[in-house]
Design a protein around this ligand. Structure first.
Ligand code: MG
Length: 488
């Protein structure tokens, strides 16, 4: 815990959905759901308009459709999200050498290490400038949390959402945390939350009151000790730049323990793909693949396999993780899974074509995590085909023209797939920053219609190439932040 709130946590607001709304003028202010659209697909991100209707991430898409039948349901466009993410991370990198990305749209930044802030006033000013810069460069909003520790910076950015900034003054942490749900604390997922609730502890105050010994008794030594410290607002974890990290890993805690072995395997594969995505974002590779499994009784085990050489190949990591899982007994249920890669090396692949093919596969896997093929997207429910049946016309249309993806038409220009059905695809012709476009329907094999790359969200970006050095250093307060970056 440091004396000044110079740890910044940035979290883009409803990232995938906001990017889609920025790209598609007809979806501004509308409920938008981005995720897997197959029968077992889950929501990746819902726009705020969809959240009001009760839709949230990780919810089965089928359930979302019942809550928000009129929302736009779109297949993720990772190519776009990745390029926006790179713009955002690049801006963060100019504030400090210590930037720790947590996902495409979320990162910690150590402002003190970069000389970008040394007290509350300078931290707030830098946070507001960052938000202005992000909006100018990407067209999207991000929320900023500032505090003296990573845990509290993340809590602050959550409170700041959407499109805000919250600064937690060091010294006020304990008071602030006391009334909050135990689920606010990092590592307390639904399962641990239930476990604690059954012991009568629902707020952070309850945890602090219970004391360390009681928490260790309840959730085990390692977890209990950490939980107690967090309840007191104590968190000394440093911001670690990805390139200094010794490993890259991702993990998920599940709402209900997983018993189905097929589901466990699918989750491990999905985590492996996400892990490689992070590895590649950091331009790294690693030699040792690690699988972490926490079972129903909180016993946690890790298994690892060291490869012959460093890799950033999603197939290699996925297969290694699957092999490691084979040796783990999961019959009692699994509450947490993690996949990591350690033994990192800076690494450039020689074969650019192979890398591009892998990137495509990566996007493919992330888009459709389940082993099944994409389901029909006609909007009718309960028509999922048996797995072994040949592909239907609807499936073919949905696979060839995923909802939300970009297309180009020889006569009508750039558009996006609004839907597809038997032999037909409906396209809305509009572009980021333009007016709401018109809808036209084509045969799915129309020779004039071709898949296209996403267009940038900001067509005429302001030149931010020397940000933030170009900014006046005067301590004029946050009010002056808005226009100061625009340069002749
Ligand atoms: Mg976010």
């Amino acid at each position: 815990m440091r004396p000044a709130p110079t740890i910044l946590h940035l979290d883009m607001d409803a990232f995938y959905a906001s990017a889609e709304q920025a790209a598609k003028p007809s979806l501004r202010g509308k409920a938008v759901v981005v995720g897997g659209l197959g029968p077992r697909g889950v929501v990746a991100t819902a726009s705020y308009e969809a959240r009001i209707l009760g839709v949230h991430s990780a919810m089965p898409t089928a359930q979302a459709r019942r809550l928000a039948p009129n929302a736009a349901y779109l297949v993720p466009r990772f190519q776009l999200y990745r390029s926006v993410s790179e713009q955002v991370m690049e801006l963060l990198g100019r504030l400090s050498p210590l930037v720790e990305p947590l996902s495409l749209d979320e990162a910690f930044v150590d402002l003190e290490a970069g000389g970008a802030a040394d007290d509350s006033a300078s931290a707030r000013r830098t946070g507001e400038r960052l938000r202005t810069a992000i909006r100018a460069v990407t067209g999207l909003s991000g929320s900023v949390g500032l505090a003296g520790s990573k845990m509290l910076a993340k809590i602050a950015s959550e409170q700041a959402k959407p499109d805000g900034l919250v600064l937690i003054e060091p010294g006020t942490e304990r008071e602030l945390l006391a009334p909050m749900s135990v689920r606010t604390l990092p590592g307390v997922g639904p399962a641990t939350g239930d476990h604690l609730r059954r012991a009568g502890m629902t707020t952070v105050h309850d945890l602090a009151e219970a004391g360390e010994d009681e928490l260790v008794r309840l959730v085990g030594k390692a977890h209990g000790h950490g939980l107690y410290r967090m309840a007191l607002g104590l968190d000394d974890r440093p911001v670690v730049a990805e390139r200094d990290a010794k490993s890259v890993s991702v993990e998920d805690t599940f709402d209900v323990d997983l018993h189905d072995r097929v589901r466990v395997r699918a989750e491990v594969e999905r985590l492996a793909v996400r892990c490689v995505e992070r590895l590649r974002a950091a331009h790294r590779s690693g030699r040792t693949v690690v699988l972490k499994v926490r079972r129903y009784d909180f016993s946690t085990l890790t298994r690892s396999e060291t490869l012959r050489g460093p890799t950033d190949d999603p197939t290699v990591v996925r297969e290694a993780a699957a092999r490691l899982l084979e040796a783990v007994d999961t019959t009692g249920g699994v509450r947490l899974l993690g996949v990591g890669v350690t033994g990192l090396a800076d690494f450039t692949q020689e074969d650019l074509f192979a890398q591009a093919a892998d990137a495509r596969e990566l996007a493919e896997r992330a888009r459709e995590p389940e082993p099944e093929r994409q389901a029909p997207e006609s909007g009718t429910e309960g028509t999922g085909p048996a797995e072994e049946e040949p592909e239907s016309a609807e499936q073919l249309a949905a696979r060839r023209w995923p909802a939300g993806h970009d297309v180009h038409h020889a006569a009508h220009g750039h558009g996006w797939v609004q839907g597809s059905g038997v032999g037909r695809v409906t396209v809305r012709f509009e572009e980021p920053g333009g007016p709401v476009g018109r809808v036209r329907t084509f045969r799915i094999d129309d020779p004039e219609l071709t898949p296209a790359d996403p267009l940038p969200l900001v067509r005429d970006p302001v030149d931010y190439s020397s940000w933030p050095a170009s900014l006046p250093k005067s301590r004029s307060g946050p009010g002056s932040a808005a226009g100061e970056e625009s340069r002749p």
